[in-house]
Design a protein around this ligand. Structure first.
Ligand code: MG
Length: 423
């Protein structure tokens, strides 16, 4: 059984007059919401969303229930904004974490489900390294993902406060979902943009590593954003620690020992356990996976494609080069290897010359030769060539010259065939 411990802090900051952020800290459900739409609207939106999330999650405390909780929160804010003109245009971000049963696990195990809309964030501090889990739905971050902006330019982009997805803006919303297999020592940090717009990534990581108590860490992060940063926005931080993972770490280590590790490009330091981190953070539903992996299934599919392509080429080549036909090369009867007229890129080639001139062949055969007289083998083609030559010779020797005329070969003026034979 996984045991969590949490801390939280929020502050209005040095400039704003109202705190439009909301947080939710429960036994197994945690959230941060950053409202917008004027002071009244922003507070109402984040408050409404958090209440709707809690109510929906109580009905279905699962990973799917968490995602549905954000959709329920969206509907609640949307409907309230539609009903009250003074709240029109309000909206809120929401990022939420819940400890839920593992959906596809026979064991009595659990996972940390994460759901996000907007630009509040969830970070994971594991083995001393801080990783952002969620993606911001903001104009500069969308530009970064589209490859049109460098990551370092996003933090200072003039439209960094313009969001592309929030709760309450439309009747339905797409929710990003992630899952983390929790291990003892993991720390999740949920934060509104008032934190990370004022405190940089390395300083958040440093505080997270230094202060063991989650309440102290949350309080210190909010203090830094207000006092050491400019405190331009409301600041909210929730810190969730995994203090017991129900012996999952030991089971994972046993599994790693039992399974020979794959070859590694460089040795890992003893404290790092990258296999565990890679395998235990996943994105459940997404429109754009963070990275495309070259899997065994993809390799098998590509191999099958190559085999099919090579087989098809071999079949075409075998068919296109497999037969023989008798035809004309300029004025000579020849045997070609290939198909009359050729096949795709396979042109026929001369297999055997006969030395027989077209003028020595009866005119009735010339048309066949121009089209190409196909035969099953070289021997059959040669037999045909010999036969039509003999036929013409026999005909010539048994035909009497016409009375009053001059004897002449019936094939003395064949049409020039050269242009009709593909070479
Ligand atoms: Mg904010």
């Amino acid at each position: 059984m996984t045991v969590l411990r949490s801390g939280f802090a929020t502050d209005v900051g040095k400039i704003r007059r109202a705190n439009e952020d909301q947080y939710l800290v429960n036994d197994s459900l945690f959230a941060v919401a950053d409202g917008m739409g004027g002071a009244a609207g922003g507070e109402e939106a984040s408050h409404t969303a958090v209440a709707a999330l809690q109510e929906a999650f109580d009905q279905d405390p699962t990973a799917d229930g968490l995602a549905e909780g954000l959709r329920a929160a969206n509907r609640a804010v949307w409907e309230k904004a539609s009903e009250r003109p003074d709240l029109r245009g309000m909206g809120t971000t929401m990022t939420a974490v819940a400890l839920v049963p593992c959906a596809d696990d026979d064991q009595d195990d659990d996972v940390l489900a994460i759901a996000n809309v907007g630009d509040s964030r969830v970070y994971l501090l594991r083995d001393g390294a801080l990783e952002r889990i969620t993606e911001d739905h903001s104009v500069p971050e969308e530009l970064v993902r589209a490859g049109q902006l460098r990551p370092e330019e996003a933090a200072t982009h003039p439209q960094r406060n313009m969001l592309t997805r929030v709760l309450g803006n439309e009747s339905d919303v797409e929710v990003d979902c992630f899952e983390i297999i929790p291990f003892s020592g993991d720390r999740l940090i949920l934060a509104s943009d008032g934190l990370f717009n004022e405190v940089d990534h390395d300083d958040i990581a440093s505080v997270g590593r230094r202060l063991r108590d989650p309440q102290e860490a949350a309080t210190e992060l909010v203090r830094m954003a207000r006092d050491e940063g400019d405190g331009r926005d409301n600041i909210t931080v929730v810190v969730v620690d995994v203090v017991d993972d129900g012996n999952r770490s030991a089971r994972a280590s046993a599994a790693v020992v039992a399974t020979p590790p794959p070859p590694r490009p460089e040795p890992a330091t003893p404290r790092q356990e990258p296999e565990r981190a890679d395998a235990s953070v996943s994105r459940r539903t997404s429109t754009a996976p963070r990275e495309k992996r070259f899997t065994v299934r993809v390799a098998a599919f590509l191999t099958a494609l190559i085999v099919i392509a090579v087989g098809t080429l071999a079949a075409i080549s075998f068919f296109g080069r497999g037969g023989y036909f008798v035809g004309l090369d300029h004025d000579e009867v020849v045997v070609f290897k290939g198909r009359p007229g050729g096949l795709l890129w396979l042109n026929p080639t001369i297999a055997r010359r006969t030395g027989t001139a077209a003028s020595d062949i009866r005119p009735s055969h010339i048309q066949d030769l121009q089209a190409g007289k196909a035969e099953g083998s070289l021997a059959a083609a040669l037999r045909y060539a010999a036969a039509i030559k003999n036929e013409a010779t026999t005909t010539t020797t048994t035909t009497l010259p016409p009375i009053g005329g001059t004897a002449s070969s019936p094939a003395s003026t064949p049409p020039s065939p050269s242009s009709t034979i593909a070479r």
